[in-house]
Write a protein that binds this ligand. Structure first.
Ligand SMILES: *[C@@H]1O[C@H](CO)[C@@H](O)[C@H](O)[C@H]1NC(C)=O
Ligand SMILES: *[C@@H]1O[C@H](CO)[C@@H](O)[C@H](O)[C@H]1NC(C)=O
Ligand SMILES: *[C@@H]1O[C@H](CO)[C@@H](O)[C@H](O)[C@H]1NC(C)=O
Ligand SMILES: *[C@@H]1O[C@H](CO)[C@@H](O)[C@H](O)[C@H]1NC(C)=O
Ligand SMILES: *[C@@H]1O[C@H](CO)[C@@H](O)[C@H](O)[C@H]1NC(C)=O
Ligand SMILES: *[C@@H]1O[C@H](CO)[C@@H](O)[C@H](O)[C@H]1NC(C)=O
Ligand SMILES: *[C@@H]1O[C@H](CO)[C@@H](O)[C@H](O)[C@H]1NC(C)=O
Ligand SMILES: *[C@@H]1O[C@H](CO)[C@@H](O)[C@H](O)[C@H]1NC(C)=O
Ligand SMILES: *[C@@H]1O[C@H](CO)[C@@H](O)[C@H](O)[C@H]1NC(C)=O
Length: 887
């Protein structure tokens, strides 16, 4: 929820200038942190708050001056700190007392600081918990966010991330420590409170009340300030009253006296208001503050009830302020600690029949409960590790290592409580021993510490069962290679070259398929002294059963042959090992590995070719168990290395959907990269739209069903996978049909996952006619590019034409999109409908559903009209809504 000050609220600062003169100069504010983001100098503002520069609380970002000012703001609003709009998060970290409640306030005054007049939109989070989305829609009005949270650690961080427009920025960040329990809630470890409304009723001016009137510097907004859809629908007869007499507020967290000294009363017997609560419906914490500030006669009474439409239960208790507060000029604060409120919250107070006076209302606070996100399971280990490197930039990124975005050198799994699975600290000039915390990251798969100055021994990583890649090369490590490394069940690569290691390479490292490089360690020797330690062994063992015997046979065989090679590299490839541990937290199954001979048997040595694509040729095969398969033999240049191929295979193996062609396994042997899929009996959609006439699908319903099937498959790639998978090459020849003519999407296999669901720049891939023109121009790949291609497939289904044709679309028109658009814009949608479509069914379907207009015709009555062929297509330039998807 984003509440905004009006400019007028800042008048306060100037009016208080006079008062300031009387204040002791720079009275310290215990429990306050007031950061002037982007500000260079410390200063004290008009109300006495001491602002300090934010430079030591945040790592990164740049500072800027506002270019547009509203003439009212104080110095702390004249600058901002802003951050790149990337996938990272940028965090402020403040020291707090554990188990203490804090008010956190962040303000954002855009002021066109970047001279681009693009109003930024980005997210903020409190630690790992999403807090709010900051949407700037006015350059001169600050957006203000406030939350009350119980600190659960010695630091509290506020992070900016996920910019969807502009660059994330911040103007001020304030922390106010509470020392009472007014804001205690029963579930403080699971929820924090985000401010929705804090209103001072009957206020004497438009100025809000805050420090020093409020020792905790809450901002009590004046009820006379009118904002669109905020505090409206004020009932007739609402009068403002005030007093100068002192008000007794029992604890100092209650509203300041100045707030309680004004109120509204309903002279006609009732008060009514409407509040639009942004971000609602939600569960809310709401408290009303009452104090009798009129001197009522003994025969006068003030009793009233809360009235909320649709919530009669709230009207049960009767408020009798004087009696409840045990006297006049004393505070009474009834409220509801967990109330489900709608977006438009109408509420009122109505006097009871036996009350002589109408209701009174002095102040009100409403907060939304926001769920506290469980952070990474490895958060405390990581915090302890980075605390060793207080001088290094990479260690100051702050916040949770994984959420809402991971640190730049960390990769996390996508569970609710993510685990760190990859750490890359290559070439960071790190000295000292390898931090022992790393050995406690039990989900770690990849560890890259190469190119630093790490010294001392390699610690014991035996608790990291998932470790696959360990890169410690080019450091100053000493001691022996721990034998426990060989016991890591998933280890694939161990690089320790160019260190000062000594002793013998443990035997256990030779047992399995581990790529080991230990050259450049002059005192490190291979166990078997009989064999030179300068060896290169590359052997590929086929089949799972022959593994040990064959491995050793091969080992000795090649050892001798390659004896002269001058590299300390031992590469022993062994049998099919379970993959998938890279995503082990996500994937339950892992890819099956076929042996090359199995594939060769199944395909009769790649006899029957059934298709080809950008990545290779597809062959028909039949496994020994009778299953029919499609075998894709990838062209050799598809992959740069073993790693990439295996990563993609792992990715493929976790994608399962009824409308995606099932991936059965892979084979990687003799330099051949092979993917194995289920066989789709009825070939491609393309063949069934434009192939031989007996194959052609003429049923409109069937085509609709195919469209729906494909859409479901694509939707799953976009929304069901994490990270999102963008297909990049959707076309009718990639929509396959099974025995029952149900459609499945194929070839998604080699789509690279999108980073964070957003933009990934890569070489434009795709097929002419299906390419999203925007993607082509910008090379910014998003799901929208797939949607564009899918739209082209829909046009193919409707028209039966291919996307690019020299003959079908009339003069000067080669493109189905332009052709369809010209007809649709000309009001003749029928002209694009395939003439061979079964029109009986089409009209039947239309008349059956005559109440809902057919998506094709718009008008059910015209639905059965015979499609007209119109070959005069003007083919407008490739712009407009059809060519460029609107954002
Ligand atoms: C903070 O307090 C909570 C609850 O008492 C405790 O579980 C947690 O360990 C503390 N954290 C630190 C870092 O002291
Ligand atoms: C990032 O912002 C977009 C648009 O505001 C939103 O749809 C998406 O859920 C956000 N992503 C995360 C991880 O919060
Ligand atoms: C915190 O509470 C103490 C009394 O327990 C009070 O004297 C002090 O002023 C309070 N702090 C603030 C900032 O109000
Ligand atoms: C208070 O603000 C309202 C608009 O929100 C404005 O119409 C009114 O003139 C202001 N009053 C004063 C005294 O500034
Ligand atoms: C209270 O008493 C005064 C006279 O003492 C009278 O004028 C007034 O109307 C009474 N008010 C009510 C509500 O009875
Ligand atoms: C509020 O009530 C709802 C439903 O009764 C419950 O699910 C939620 O956890 C409660 N929230 C808090 C903070 O107690
Ligand atoms: C108050 O008076 C109104 C009409 O005079 C009546 O409808 C209502 O029931 C009364 N309420 C109570 C609680 O007596
Ligand atoms: C590496 O760290 C040392 C101090 O530990 C420092 O003197 C040196 O400048 C650093 N080098 C780089 C490239 O950061
Ligand atoms: C092993 O390390 C050495 C030294 O860095 C390097 O020259 C060699 O290419 C490496 N071998 C492999 C297979 O990576």
């Amino acid at each position: 929820m984003a509440s905004a000050f009006t400019a007028a609220a800042f008048l306060l600062h100037f009016q208080l200038l006079l008062i300031l003169v009387l204040l002791p100069p720079s009275a310290a504010q215990p429990g306050f942190i007031s950061l002037d983001c982007g500000g260079a100098r410390d200063h004290t503002d008009a109300i006495g708050i001491q602002w300090t520069s934010d430079a030591t609380f945040v790592s990164g970002g740049q500072t800027a001056q506002l270019l547009v000012q509203n003439g009212l703001q104080s110095q702390q609003f004249a600058t901002v700190r802003y951050f790149p709009a990337d996938n990272r998060k940028y965090c402020y970290t403040m020291n707090v007392r554990n188990r203490t409640r804090y008010l956190v306030r962040a303000t954002f005054l855009y002021g066109n600081f970047d001279n681009s007049n693009v109003y930024p939109k980005f997210d903020i989070s409190l630690g790992a918990s999403p807090w709010s989305t900051i949407v700037v829609d006015d350059a001169t009005t600050p957006v203000v966010e406030e939350a009350i949270i119980l600190a659960a650690a010695p630091t509290l961080s506020v992070c900016l991330s996920n910019a969807s427009t502009g660059q994330p920025f911040i103007s001020t960040l304030e922390l106010r420590q509470f020392n009472g329990s007014l804001y205690y809630t029963t579930d403080e470890t699971r929820f924090f409170l985000a401010l929705s409304a804090r209103i001072n009723f009957g206020a004497e001016s438009n100025d809000s009340i805050r420090y020093p009137d409020d020792p905790f510097d809450r901002i009590w907004e004046s009820d006379s300030v009118r904002r669109a859809n905020y505090l409206v629908d004020v009932a007739p007869g609402t009068a403002r009253i005030s007093t100068t007499k002192p008000i007794f507020v029992s604890i100092n967290e209650e509203p300041p006296e100045k707030v309680m000294q004004t109120a509204v009363v309903g002279q006609d017997g009732y008060l009514n208001y409407r509040l639009d609560l942004e971000g609602f419906p939600a569960n809310a914490w709401g408290v009303s503050y009452f104090a009798e500030i009129e001197d009522l006669a003994p025969n006068e009474t003030r009793k009233f009830k809360l009235e909320v439409p649709g919530m009669p239960a709230l009207s049960k208790p009767t408020v009798d302020v004087e009696e409840n507060a045990q006297g006049k000029y004393r505070l009474y604060e009834p409220g509801y600690t967990n109330l489900s409120l709608p977006f438009v919250f109408s509420f009122g107070f109505r006097k009871t029949n036996d009350s002589s006076e109408g209701p009174i209302l002095n102040a009100l606070e409403i907060y939304k409960y926001v769920q506290i996100t469980m952070g990474s399971q490895d958060a405390s280990i990581m915090a302890s590790m980075v605390s060793r490197y207080s001088q290094a930039g990479w260690a100051q990124e702050g916040g949770d290592p994984c959420l809402p975005a991971s640190w730049s050198w960390v990769q996390c799994s996508s569970e609710d409580a993510p685990r760190v699975f990859s750490i890359t600290l290559s070439g960071k000039n790190i000295t000292g021993s390898i931090p022992v915390e790393l050995t406690k990251l039990s989900a770690l798969v990849e560890l890259r510490l190469d190119g630093n100055s790490f010294s001392g021994q390699i610690p014991d990583f035996s608790a990291c069962h998932n470790l696959q890649y360990i890169h410690l090369e080019n450091n100053q490590l000493t001691g022996e290679l721990p034998p426990s490394l060989g016991d890591l069940p998933n280890l694939k690569e161990l690089y320790v070259q160019n260190n000062k290691l000594s002793g013998q390479v443990p035997k256990s490292l030779f047992k399995r398929s581990i790529i080991l490089n230990f050259s450049g360690n002059s005192d490190l020797h291979i166990v078997n002294k009989g064999i030179s330690h300068t060896i290169l062994i590359i052997c590929v063992v086929i089949g799972a059963i022959v593994l040990l015997g064959a491995a050793f046979g091969c080992y000795f065989f090649t050892c001798r042959r390659k004896k002269k090679s001058h590299e300390d590299t031992v590469v022993i490839a062994a049998p099919a090992k379970k993959l998938g541990s890279y995503f082990s937290e996500v994937a339950t199954e892992s890819a099956h590995r076929f042996s090359l001979s199995e594939i060769e048997d199944a395909t009769a040595k790649f006899e029957r070719r059934i298709g080809s694509g950008g990545f290779g040729i597809v062959y028909y095969g039949k496994l020994a168990d009778g299953r029919e398969i499609a075998v894709k033999l990838l062209t050799n240049d598809s992959y740069q290395g073993i790693r990439e191929f295996l990563n993609e295979v792992t990715l493929l193996s976790r994608i399962h959907h009824r409308h995606l062609v099932t991936f059965l396994g892979y084979s990687q042997q003799d330099g051949k990269n092979i993917l194995v899929y289920e066989f789709m009996h009825n070939g491609t959609l393309k063949e069934h739209l434009r192939g031989a006439s007996e194959e052609k699908i003429t049923s409109w319903l069937k085509r609709l069903e195919i469209a729906e099937d494909a859409a479901k498959g694509i939707e799953y790639l976009h929304t069901g996978c994490s990270p999102t998978i963008i297909h990049r090459d959707l076309k009718s020849s990639n929509i396959l049909l099974d025995k029952n003519m149900r459609a499945k999407v194929a070839d998604f296999g080699l789509s690279k996952p999108a980073v964070d669901g957003s933009h990934v720049s890569s070489i434009v891939r795709g097929t002419v006619g299906y390419l999203d023109p925007e993607y082509y121009i910008s090379q910014q790949l998003t799901e929208k590019s797939d949607i564009y291609s899918f739209g082209v497939i829909l046009l193919e289904l409707i028209s039966g034409h291919e996307p690019i044709s020299n003959d079908n679309f009339g003069l000067n028109c080669r493109n189905i999109v332009a052709w369809a658009r010209s007809h649709i814009e000309g009001g003749n949608i029928h002209a694009i409908i395939d003439q061979s479509l079964d029109r009986g069914l089409l009209s039947q379907r239309c008349s059956r559903r005559s109440r809902t207009p057919s998506p094709l015709s718009g008008d059910p009555r015209r639905c059965s009209a015979p499609p007209q062929s119109n070959s005069s297509c003007s083919c407008p330039a490739a712009t407009g809504p059809w060519a460029i998807p609107r954002r």
